[in-house]
Write a protein that binds this ligand. Structure first.
Ligand code: ADP
Length: 151
């Protein structure tokens, strides 16, 4: 049976840190679905959803084991629908850990079949953070080193 993992996030924007987690995840899973949680009625993104999905698909276009999915429901429910038994997340530091610890417990409560698998960030990407990138970009700072595509 194929080992399918969902890698959920807002990816606003998708960074080199995210890319690293996906590529390393491929050594563990047969297929990785990058799940972009998005609520179309809330206009709370900085980078537009279609634009971001396009960029992500372009990065991995040569790899048919990586797919994207935009969804607006519980990650635990989406995982059931796409037959993903694993939820992939990246861990940078103890702040991530505290948060991830709670959501992984809740996700397993909602979907007993779902195991969260954490990969510790590669040191070169440990400081790469989507919200800081948004802030720097907003004030016209150069963020190109943190992104695996051109803005
Ligand atoms: P969310 O809005 O759900 O926190 P993000 O898009 O910020 O989603 O991140 C998705 C996942 O990627 C999370 O597990 C997060 O911890 C992880 N992540 C974010 N940045 C990095 C990074 N630089 N290195 C490794 N993992 C990361």
């Amino acid at each position: 049976m194929k080992k399918i993992a969902i890698f959920p996030g807002s990816f606003d924007p998708f960074t080199r840190g995210h890319e690293d987690i996906v590529l390393r995840g491929l050594k563990i899973f047969d297929e990785i679905i990058i799940g972009i949680g998005y609520n179309s009625s809330k206009h709370d993104r900085y980078f537009e959803i279609e634009w971001m999905v396009n960029k992500i698909e372009k990065i991995f276009e040569k790899n048919d084991r990586i797919k994207t999915l935009v969804y607006n429901e519980l990650t635990a429910e989406v995982a059931k629908k796409i037959d993903a038994k694993y939820l992939l997340r990246g861990l940078r530091n103890t702040t991530d850990f505290e948060y991830e610890n709670s959501i992984s417990q809740v996700n397993r409560y909602l979907n007993q079949e779902l195991e969260t698998v954490f990969l510790i960030t590669s040191p070169e990407y440990a400081a790469v953070n989507s919200s800081i990138i948004r802030e720097v970009h907003k004030y016209d700072g150069d963020v190109s080193d943190f992104l695996p595509y051109e803005l």
